[in-house]
Design a protein around this ligand. Structure first.
Ligand code: FAD
Ligand code: S2G
Ligand code: ZN
Length: 490
C-alpha cells in the first residue's frame, strides 16, 4: 500500500490545485510578474462572465501579458505542461469563444494596448491586439482618417477579438468585415514562435494569404498580438435617415436601389421591426418614436463622404424623393443634426439591451442571399410561432449584408428555463430554413462553443477535414482554445 501525497492547495479561484499546478502558476508569474496573474475569485469574475449566460466559465488563472515575447513564453510553458489557453479580448463575444475551464488559463491581451503607428499617407494604423476598438477609431479620427469597423460593443471589445471573430457591425456594406480591413497581423503560434506578418503594403503577393488563417479562427490557431489595419478618408459629411415602410419587400427594394442611386456612398442599411423599436421605447431611456404612428418595419440608412461640398445629403434627398414617388416609403425623417442622427443610432443599438428586459432570448445571427430575405423572415416567423405560440420574433440587423439577427424572446406566459430548454429545437428551425435558402448559420458572430453542433450539421466532411488539418498542423497538442469552432470528431 503506498500513500500518494497529493498536496491539495486551494487556489485563489477556489478550485482545488495540486502542487504541480501551483508550481505552474508560479512559472507564469515569473514571466509576466506577480501583479499580472490573477487567481483570486473576485478579481477573475469579470473574465469568467459569459455574455448571454449560456455557458459557465472557470479558470486556473487569468494572465495579462505585456508584450509579444511574454505571450510567446506563456505559450511555451502551457505547451510544456499541456495546459490549454483561452485567448481573450473584451469578452463581448456572444458564442462562448472566450469561455474557459478550470484546467485552462485565460490570456487576456488588455495590457497590450499600444497604438504603434498611424500612417496618414499610407492610410494604415498599426496597433497591439489589446487596443479597445473605440480608442482606435479615435486615434484614426485624430489624424483626419477613419477606421470603419463599428459595432455595439466597440467601447469594450479589443481589436484582437474583432479580428479573431472577423467581426461585422454596421459599416460592412461599404467597408467590409474585419477581415477586409486587415493588411497584416502578428501572431504567436501554439509552438510559441512569433509570426511577424505586419505587412502594410496594399500589394504583397508572396505565397499563401496566411493572415486570413488567423482572422476568424477565434483563438484556436494562435494569439493575435498586433495588426496593421486599413484606414479611409474621414466622412466629414453624413446623411442619416430613418425610413418607415410597410413591408420587407419595400425594405429590400429600397436597398436594391441604394447602391446605384447613392453610388455606393451608403455605409449602413439596418432593418428594425416594430416589436424591436417598441421594446426600446419601453425599456431604454432616451429612445423615442420618430413618427406619429406605428409602422411594421423601419430602415436606418446612413451615407457619408469626405468631399468639400458634402454630396451625401443631396444623394439621400434624391433617393428618398424617387422612393416616395414610387410608393416604396410611408414616411421618413432625414436627420437635421448630428444629435438627431445619433438618436436614430441609439434606437438601433438599444435593441440588444432592450431585449434583456423581455425575458430570456434565443438569438440567431444568420445571413441569406438578399433575394431570400423576405421568404426567410416570413417562413421563420410562421414556423417558430406555430411551434412555440407566443414566442416573440425580434427581427433586425444589417440587411444590406443579408445579415438578420433573428432573436426570439420567451412567450410572456412561459417560464424562461422551459423556453431555454427548447433552444436547439428553435434554432434548428431557423437554421434549417437558412440552409434551404443557401444562407449561413453564423453571419458575423462566429462559432465559439455555441455553434459547433451546426458545424457538424451543415459543413461538408471535406470542409471539416480541412479545418481539422489546419488545427492539427498548427496546434497538434490542442492547447489553443480547445473545443471552440471545430466540433469534436463524431
Ligand atoms: P472576446 O469576446 O474576448 O473573444 C472572442 C473570440 O476571440 C474568442 O474565441 C477568443 O478566444 C478570441 N480572441 C480574443 N482576443 C484574441 C486574440 N488577441 N488572439 C486570438 N484570439 C482572440 N459582433 C459583430 O460581429 N457585429 C456586431 O454588430 C456586434 N454587435 C455587438 C453588440 C453588443 C452589444 C455586444 C455585446 C456584442 C456584439 N458583437 C457583435 C459581438 C462581439 O462584440 C464581437 O464578436 C467582438 O469582435 C468580440 O471582441 P472581443 O474583444 O470582446 O473578443
Ligand atoms: C447587433 C448584437 C449582438 C446580439 O446588434 O448588430 O450583432 O446580441 C448584434 O445580437
Ligand atoms: Zn450585428
Amino acid at each position: 500500500m503506498y500513500f500518494e501525497y497529493r498536496f491539495i492547495l486551494v487556489s485563489g479561484t477556489g478550485s482545488l490545485m495540486n502542487r504541480k499546478d501551483s508550481d505552474f502558476v508560479g512559472s507564469l508569474r515569473r514571466v509576466v510578474g506577480d501583479a499580472f496573474v490573477l487567481e483570486d475569485r473576485e478579481r477573475v469574475s469579470d473574465y469568467l462572465k459569459e455574455r448571454r449566460g449560456r455557458f459557465t466559465s472557470d479558470t486556473m488563472a487569468v494572465v495579462l501579458p505585456g508584450s509579444t515575447d511574454e505571450v510567446s513564453q506563456l505559450i511555451k510553458l502551457c505547451r510544456e505542461r499541456r495546459v490549454p489557453m483561452v485567448p481573450q479580448g473584451g469578452n463581448t463575444g456572444v458564442c462562448g469563444g472566450a469561455v474557459s475551464t478550470e484546467r485552462s488559463i485565460i490570456v487576456n491581451l488588455q495590457r497590450m494596448n499600444r497604438i504603434r503607428k498611424v500612417d496618414r499617407l499610407g492610410y494604415t494604423l498599426e496597433a497591439e491586439a489589446g487596443c479597445i476598438l473605440s480608442n482606435l477609431q479615435m486615434a484614426a479620427q485624430d489624424k483626419g482618417l477613419y477606421l470603419p469597423l463599428s459595432l455595439g460593443a466597440e467601447g469594450s471589445c479589443q481589436i484582437g477579438g474583432n479580428l479573431s471573430t472577423n467581426a461585422g457591425g454596421v459599416n460592412v456594406l461599404r467597408y467590409g468585415n474585419a477581415r477586409d480591413l486587415v493588411l497584416g497581423v502578428e501572431v504567436v503560434l501554439p509552438s510559441g514562435e512569433v509570426w511577424n506578418g505586419l505587412n502594410a503594403l496594399r500589394k504583397n503577393n508572396t505565397g499563401y494569404d496566411l493572415k486570413n488563417v488567423f482572422i476568424g479562427a477565434e483563438g484556436t490557431l494562435g494569439i493575435i498580438t498586433a495588426a496593421v489595419l486599413k484606414l479611409f478618408p474621414q466622412p466629414v459629411h453624413r446623411s442619416t435617415v430613418l425610413i418607415a415602410v410597410t413591408s420587407i419587400d419595400s425594405a429590400v427594394e429600397l436597398f436594391s436601389r441604394t447602391r446605384k442611386e447613392t453610388s455606393d456612398f451608403a455605409s449602413s442599411f439596418e432593418l428594425m421591426s416594430r416589436i424591436c423599436v417598441e421594446a426600446a421605447f419601453r425599456n431604454i431611456p432616451g429612445c423615442r418614436d420618430f413618427f406619429d404612428q406605428p409602422y411594421p418595419w423601419y430602415v436606418l440608412m446612413e451615407l457619408g463622404d469626405s468631399t468639400s461640398d458634402g454630396i451625401s445629403k443631396q444623394l439621400n434627398e434624391r433617393f428618398l424623393e424617387h422612393a416616395f414617388e414610387d410608393g416604396l416609403i410611408e414616411d421618413a425623417v432625414l436627420a437635421s443634426s448630428d444629435k438627431q442622427a445619433s438618436d436614430m443610432w441609439r434606437l438601433r443599438e438599444a435593441i440588444v439591451e432592450a431585449q434583456l428586459y423581455e425575458g430570456k432570448s434565443i438569438k440567431n445571427d444568420v445571413s441569406v442571399p438578399l433575394g431570400a430575405i423576405k421568404p426567410f423572415i416570413e417562413r421563420t416567423v410562421a414556423a417558430l410561432e406555430a411551434r412555440v405560440p407566443g414566442a416573440r420574433s425580434f427581427v433586425y440587423g444589417h440587411i444590406g449584408d443579408g445579415n438578420i439577427h433573428f432573436n426570439l424572446s420567451q412567450p410572456r406566459d412561459m417560464d424562461g428555463d422551459e423556453f431555454f430548454s427548447r433552444w436547439h429545437e428553435m434554432t434548428d428551425i431557423v437554421h434549417e430554413i437558412t440552409d434551404e435558402l443557401d444562407g449561413s448559420f453564423s453571419a458575423e458572430h462566429g462559432i465559439g462553443l455555441l455553434k459547433t453542433r451546426e458545424m457538424l450539421r451543415y459543413k461538408s466532411a471535406v470542409e471539416l477535414g480541412l479545418l481539422r488539418s489546419f488545427k492539427a498542423a498548427l496546434d497538434p497538442d490542442n492547447i489553443m482554445n480547445p473545443g471552440k469552432v471545430i466540433p469534436p470528431a463524431e
